[in-house]
Design a protein around this ligand. Structure first.
Ligand code: AMP
Length: 443
């Protein structure tokens, strides 16, 4: 399958060609045909599967078909949990829309609101925002969501984990009911199911399991080590293997800082990103990691959301996560778009229970690498033990089980794609009332 068979307009196809996307990823192949005819969608998929393009391309395609005249109103709103993810989504959209006359902007807190307000005043078609700042600017009267036709909630489970549910519901109340809504989430706890029931109409469900998305391409190994030796083992691996680009995960912000300090003492250049770092510091660290001048980036799970660095050679789990899905998500950072990568997990004497959960989820035993100076049989013997109480999962509820248009009359012009008047009616619901659309899209 190629993108042309998904019947996207020519300016989008040209952009994808230039960016180097040849084959749609599974989620793109599954989602785009339904989205392009106006269906609502609930998607169980993680970052790294190509989901940004899966939702952005149909929205851009619809907007290209129905351009705004005069001052632009916000026609698409994309909500996501972190500024990194928001920036990344916006960057992707700009790339895909490079041959379209569509303006997008990103909005998040922790920085001055003035540039964001100025951009809003000039008019935007697509707004990518984190909920807190958006609500703030709505309450100050700077944002008008009454023209929104497309709504995307990305990484909905993270947004709920981060306590955004009330903000999200307040934002939803500002958006017309006659819209196309999409909700993506890596996990589907009850709270997400309830939210999706409230905000989606007769949604199509797509599910890309992380196993099929990433794990197969990744070379995983497991090292048993006592807790006190973990940082020594990290230095050893970096010195022995000289990996090009290493992403190290730690459970806590404090842990990230300690690792960076220790690596620095060992002469290894590393930086941390986590919630206590300023936006400038995060961007600097990410920028250096991306351009290859920083070998080691140390991150917490939340901060790592939205890190879009395509050539990470190694992911090292210095601490095992207490949720198996998080492990899969972490190691997926090194297996982007089908490329292989190396994922090393450290397991100490307190993490045996987490390891068992992970191996159950990925349905394999991770091969043990004993060939390292800190190998600990004691840590290995604790594999079956329960984790100490303070490390147990406290916050989240248990996960539930995972669960045509014709191609005529498309514009080939790179800039005047909007002038094509003769539409073939494939997205026949667009511009009609929600009720009419509901009726038509039942099949
Ligand atoms: P996402 O899940 O949207 O964060 O995408 C993960 C990575 O895959 C990003 O670096 C995208 O640029 C890349 N990507 C998305 N779709 C494709 C595709 N069809 N072919 C190649 N790379 C892709």
């Amino acid at each position: 399958m190629d993108f042309a068979s998904l019947n996207l307009c020519q300016p989008l196809l040209d952009a994808l060609d230039e960016i180097g996307y040849v084959t749609p990823t599974p989620i793109q192949a599954q989602a785009i045909p339904d989205l392009i005819v106006g269906r609502d969608m609930v998607g169980c998929a993680q970052t790294g599967t190509g989901k940004t393009a899966a939702f952005a391309l149909p929205i851009l395609d619809a907007m290209a078909e129905d351009p705004q005249a005069g001052l632009r109103h916000i026609h698409a709103l994309i909500l996501c949990p972190t500024r990194e993810l928001a920036s990344q989504i916006n960057d992707n959209i700009k790339q895909y829309a490079r041959h379209l006359d569509i303006r997008s902007m990103v909005m998040f807190g922790g920085v001055s609101q003035r540039p964001q307000v100025n951009k809003l005043r000039r008019g935007v078609d697509i707004l990518v925002a984190t909920p807190g700042r958006l609500l703030d600017l709505i309450s100050q009267g700077y944002v008008d969501l009454s023209h929104v036709q497309f709504l995307v909630l990305d990484e909905a489970d993270r947004m709920l984990d981060m306590g955004f549910i009330r903000d999200i519901r307040k934002i939803l109340a500002q958006i017309p009911e006659d819209r196309q809504s999409l909700l993506f989430s890596a996990t589907m706890p009850r709270s997400i199911v309830e939210l999706s029931r409230d905000m989606l109409y007769d949604p199509v469900s797509v599910s890309i399991t992380p196993e099929s998305a990433t794990v197969e391409a990744i070379e995983q190994s497991l090292m048993f080590v006592m807790k006190g030796d973990k940082r020594g083992l990290l230095t050893y691996i970096i010195e022995e293997e000289s990996p090009e680009k290493v992403l190290v995960f730690s459970r806590t912000k404090h842990g990230c800082n300690r690792i960076v300090k220790q690596l620095g003492q060992d002469g290894i250049d590393a930086l941390a990103i986590h919630g206590n770092k300023s936006q400038g510091a995060r961007e600097k660290a990410l920028g250096r990691f991306r351009n290859g001048t920083l070998q080691v980036l140390v991150a917490t799970d939340v901060a790592s959301r939205g890190i879009d660095v395509s050539d990470i050679s190694h992911v090292i789990n210095l601490d095992l996560p207490n949720e198996p899905d998080v492990y899969v998500h972490r190691i997926g950072r090194t297996g982007r778009a089908g490329q292989g990568g190396i994922a090393i997990a450290f397991c100490d004497e307190n993490e045996g229970e987490y390891l068992r959960g992970i191996e159950k989820t990925i349905r394999q035993d991770i091969p043990v690498d004993e060939d390292q100076p800190f190998h600990s049989e004691k840590a290995r013997s604790c594999k079956g033990n329960k984790a100490p109480k303070k490390q147990q999962n406290r916050g989240r509820g248990r996960r539930q089980p995972r669960n045509g248009k014709s191609n005529g009359n498309r514009s080939n012009g790179k800039s005047n794609q909007q002038s094509n008047g003769a539409r073939n009616g494939r997205r026949s619901g667009r511009g009609q009332s929600r009720k009419q659309r509901k009726h038509q899209t039942r099949y």
